[in-house]
Design a protein around this ligand. Structure first.
Ligand code: FUL
Length: 686
């Protein structure tokens, strides 16, 4: 679903951009390289990219009118009066982020709905027309100042797409967008990242026109001018876009970088797959940023309060993103008070505390470090412990090179931290980490791409006196700046709970050897509850609550809970409109058509007593309009039964009772108890 939107900005990134980046980058890097050292290999990071790599983990703040309307994408017709945080605290937001180890915050200064969190002179659709501080507020300024106070870097998300602006799609909006960008680049001190989202053009309010507007994203925004403006006004800021800016999109919003995830790309068209893995032979230094939310949505929604990622899940996320050399951009959305919710802040801090405690004790310190070769005394093997300069092998020592930590006594570790000195390029193609045990080297892990950062988490701790990094394949001699060993406490991840369309529930845990216990009556599960051994049927719906427990009464995971409605086992779609209507019952994506009323009848296969139903936009990005959706059960002559018309009870928060479903939208449908037939109808609502 990201692809079409992302494609637009990908198209905006032309080969001209690549040439521009190369010409900006090389001189700075060459100037700063020590006089005598290994010969650099391949593309190299710019100074600003090098500084960006050091950040490793930082935060996104999605905060806007959507926080108050319970939407993910605003239409652009939102009344600024709804933006009214009751207890906004930039300090609470920034200190919560800092306690969670986030080193920078990127704020949605403007999301697709066009509402500006600063009083822009280029539109009236801003915070100046909200009740917040009687229209005198400026959230961008407050967050920027708090970041400066607490030592975090600051960046802005400025959506090119603006569903409010009447001129969107015409030349004048480009002037507005550039003007807004200039305000942000000049009024809020130093920026370290400018984030250009890939969603562009589509339906919107557009000053009341309420129509679909398409633009050619390659030319419309005049990217060359934007790049020049950002470089000129904020020379230290990296620019993010799907591709061909300083930092690329990792290709998904699930928090997963590829393994490998090369920091290099070529100038071929971007695809999420290519973005996920990077291109080893690529001529550009263009590392991946992994954007993901701590909750299911990007914006805060009250009904997601119990779906905040647990510390154990955050740990997995960290290893699958930052651990593969990408940077992790974790979204922590402020709530309607204008603060980070307690649950989010706690999960983040707990995760960070566990990590930092473990990382404060590098078990490799004190080791004698031996290597297959050393380029010169300045590039000694022991540098991987002191980290001032890297270890560099002789230029001729490539595949087959090795470096060994010989410890004074055996250590037990389950995490290995490795870094190539990226000033010299990415040189190592494939490597193994080995431990000396029972008279021989045993492989603990093997991967492609060592890169800017490689964190390896072992399933079970290893105990050894000698640990070796063996280079299996390299394009150039290894230049390594870090080799560390750590013991990380094991956080038990909660199980996942899934049900298939047949109504069969499966519980899964990532951790081998953990047992899963569950309840079906809403009570808190514990080690005395049902023990999960095989998938079970739950076609009529209910609540499943579960937790994972380590063997022998060991540690427990957080409790996870899922509510299920009636399974769409015997349902049939009778009168389809839109594309792939069967997906409505199979659980895939149903796509309606722009400005076409939706009218779908589903045969449920049996009679139920109705309580309500759920309409759920897939990925919460439904493009929905105003007014009233009529969803009713009705008599279906053929069946000869008589039903009452029912006021819909929209269980899903993104639909308010009485909304018209208008235009293009995606949704899942499920019923929690219903009649034999029902239908949804929408009107164009104009
Ligand atoms: C996407 C946007 O459409 C989402 O709303 C969110 O801002 C995410 C970070 O990027 O493309």
């Amino acid at each position: 679903m990201r692809i079409p939107r992302r494609e637009l900005i990908r198209m905006a990134a032309t080969s001209a951009a690549c040439l521009w980046l190369v010409s900006q980058r090389l001189p700075a890097t060459h100037l700063q390289r020590p006089a005598v050292g290994p010969k650099p290999y391949g593309p190299l990071p710019s100074a600003r990219q090098r500084a960006w790599h050091e950040l490793e983990t930082y935060g996104f703040l999605h905060f806007s009118v959507n926080t108050f309307t319970d939407r993910e994408w605003g239409i652009g017709d939102e009344d600024p009066a709804i933006f009214n945080p009751t207890d906004f605290s930039a300090d609470q937001i920034v200190t919560s982020a800092k306690a969670g180890g986030l080193k920078q915050l990127i704020l949605t200064a403007k999301h697709h709905d066009g509402f500006c969190l600063w009083p822009s002179r280029y539109t009236e659709h801003t915070i100046a027309r909200s009740p917040y501080k009687d229209g005198k507020g400026d959230i961008v300024g407050e967050i920027a100042a708090a970041c400066a106070r607490h030592g975090l870097k600051f960046g802005v998300y400025v959506s090119p797409w603006d569903r409010n602006n009447s001129e969107y799609g015409r030349p004048d909006y480009v002037r507005v967008y550039h003007g807004q960008l200039r305000e942000l680049l000049t009024q809020y001190g130093k920026l370290h990242e400018v984030w250009f989202d890939g969603a562009n053009g589509g339906d919107g309010y557009y000053g009341g026109a309420r129509e679909v507007r398409k633009i050619d994203a390659t030319t419309y925004y005049q990217w060359d001018d934007i790049r020049a403006m950002v470089r000129n006004l904020q020379p230290d800021a990296v620019m993010f876009a799907d591709a061909h800016m300083d930092v690329r999109w990792v290709g998904n919003e699930d928090g997963i970088a590829g393994d490998p995830c090369w920091p290099t790309m070529d100038s071929q068209p971007y695809t999420p797959e290519r973005g996920n893995s990077g291109i080893r032979s690529g001529e550009l230094w263009n590392p991946a940023e992994v954007d993901v939310s701590i909750r299911p949505g990007w914006f805060w929604h009250p009904d997601e309060n119990d779906q905040v990622r647990s510390p154990a899940k955050l740990m997995r996320l960290y290893f699958e993103s930052a651990g593969r050399g990408a940077n992790l951009l974790l979204n922590v959305p402020p709530d309607r008070r204008g603060q980070i919710s307690e649950a989010d802040a706690l999960a983040l801090k707990t995760f960070r505390d566990v990590l930092e405690r473990a990382m404060s004790h590098d078990l490799a310190q004190g080791a004698r470090v031996l290597a297959s070769s050393v380029l010169s005394p300045a590039f000694a093997a022991a540098n991987v412990l002191t980290r001032a300069e890297p270890w560099a092998a002789l230029e001729s020592d490539r595949s087959g090179a090795w470096i060994t930590l010989a410890l004074p006594h055996a250590v037990t570790f389950n995490m290995v931290r490795l870094r190539e000195a990226i000033d010299y390029g990415v040189r190592i193609d494939e490597f193994a980490v080995e431990a000396w045990r029972d008279g021989r080297w045993r492989t603990l892990a093997q991967h492609s791409c060592l890169g800017p950062r490689r964190l390896i988490r072992l399933d079970t701790p290893a105990t050894a006196r000698k640990v070796r990094l063996r280079i299996i394949k390299a394009a150039a001699s290894p230049v390594l700046s870090e080799f560390g060993l750590y013991l990380l406490p094991y956080l038990v991840e909660e199980p996942s709970i899934d049900r298939d369309p047949q109504g069969v529930v499966t519980l899964r845990t990532q951790a081998p050897g953990t047992a899963i216990f569950y309840t079906l009556d809403g009570s808190q599960p514990n080690a005395a509850s049902y023990r999960y051994t095989a998938p079970f049927a739950l076609p009529g719906g209910g609540t499943v609550r579960a937790l994972a427990v380590l063997p022998e009464g060991g540690e427990q995971s957080a409790v996870v809970s899922r509510e299920f409605d009636v399974a769409p086992k015997d349902w049939r779609v009778l009168s389809p409109t839109g594309n792939t209507p069967d997906n409505l019952v199979k659980g895939g994506v149903f796509l309606g058509q722009v400005n076409t009323p939706v009218n779908i009848v589903i045969d449920l296969g049996q009679v139920y007593d109705l309580r309500g139903f759920t309409l759920k936009p897939v990925s919460a990005r439904a493009l929905l309009s105003t007014a009233a959706a009529a969803v009713c059960a009705r008599p279906v002559e053929a069946a000869g039964e008589c039903f009452h018309c029912v006021r819909p009870r929209f269980k899903q928060r993104r639909f308010a009772s009485g909304q018209v479903i208008n235009g293009l939208f995606n949704f899942d449908v499920s019923l929690n108890q219903f009649l034999r037939h029902w239908r949804t109808t929408g009107s164009s609502g104009s």
